[in-house]
Design a protein around this ligand. Structure first.
Ligand code: NAD
Ligand code: ZN
Length: 263
């Protein structure tokens, strides 16, 4: 690990007043949830083209396939535990300087780790809930899946309006929730430190968040395993596994805080 980069990042963290953390699938791989690009994951069993919002809307056959896929991907997410990188974000919130925690993840691990719900902006929704596409009613996921199991239902429909029920995540071809996205960009422009953890920064429009933060005057830290198209704009790149890198960063930060407190 690059100790100079780590020390620079720790100083930025100590001096920041308004921090935004932005996470992607890479923060959860050490919790056992594969990202999109790993081989052998769920994407080797299902074709993303069959799981688009448009297909879900178009035919019962695709709704059935979607629910099959959804029920296969859920148990590993339900059973996963947060790792050191999620814990680091909780520690950042405890400093009282976290403006927002924006995530592309649907696994709910930031909540499980202990970040406050009112700080979390889930750009791609959550697997923990099910929603009606027609009337927007929402249920805790288990309420619907228990009913499906009990009554042998393959494709559930809304008890209020009969509309199709779908997991409250954003499918391919479905637009992101405008209010959540807008608030995420407002926070990105208002922060003075923007930390990206475990994102390939290729999925639009979320990948524009770091640059918007920079335009607003923020410093940028990236903690990621592989290079991204935005590495050149980062003030510090911490290359490595999110859990290890963030753990080391928080240790360094505590050391600096110790210096401050001892003065
Ligand atoms: P991505 O799959 O495009 O990229 C993940 C990035 O994380 C890669 O650049 C990779 O190098 C890096 N990475 C992998 N393991 C890492 C580790 N241990 N430490 C640090 N970095 C690591 O993910 P994305 O940028 O979030 O965007 C793709 C989409 O994936 C999003 O739409 C998201 O909803 C979806 N997704 C979410 C989950 C989840 O909720 N956990 C899982 C799979 C996919
Ligand atoms: Zn409904």
């Amino acid at each position: 690990m690059d100790t100079d980069a780590l020390k620079t990042a720790a100083r930025m963290l100590r001096d920041a007043r308004r921090i935004v953390v932005f996470t992607g699938a890479g923060i959860s791989t050490e919790s056992g949830i594969p990202d999109f690009r790993s081989p052998g994951g769920i994407w080797s069993q299902y074709n993303p083209d069959d799981l688009t919002y448009q297909k879900f809307r178009s035919h019962e056959r695709y709704r059935k396939l979607y629910w099959e896929y959804d029920r296969a991907r859920y148990p590993p997410m339900r059973d996963a535990m947060p790792n050191a990188a999620h814990q680091a974000v909780v520690e950042i919130e405890k400093t009282g300087r976290l403006l927002a925690l924006i995530t592309q993840n649907i696994d709910g691990l930031h909540l499980k780790a202990g970040n406050s719900p009112d700080k979390i902006y889930e750009l791609h929704g959550t697997v923990r809930e099910v929603t009606c596409l027609d009337c927007n009613a929402r249920w805790p996921r288990e309420e619907i899946t228990d009913m499906m199991d009990r009554e042998g239902i393959e494709v559930p429909h809304c008890p209020h309006c009969g509309g199709p029920l779908k997991c409250a995540t954003i499918a391919f071809g479905q637009s992101l929730p405008a209010d959540v996205l807008q608030e995420a960009f407002v926070h990105a422009r208002a922060c003075d430190l923007f930390i990206t953890i475990g994102s390939s920064l290729v999925v639009q429009p979320a990948c524009f968040l770091p640059l918007d933060a920079k335009r607003g005057g923020a410093s940028l830290i990236l903690a990621n395993l592989d290079a991204t198209p935005y590495d050149q704009y980062m003030d510090v790149v911490l290359k490595g596994k999110a859990g290890e890198v963030m753990d080391a960063l928080m240790k360094q930060h505590r050391l600096l805080q110790g210096e401050v407190d001892a003065r």
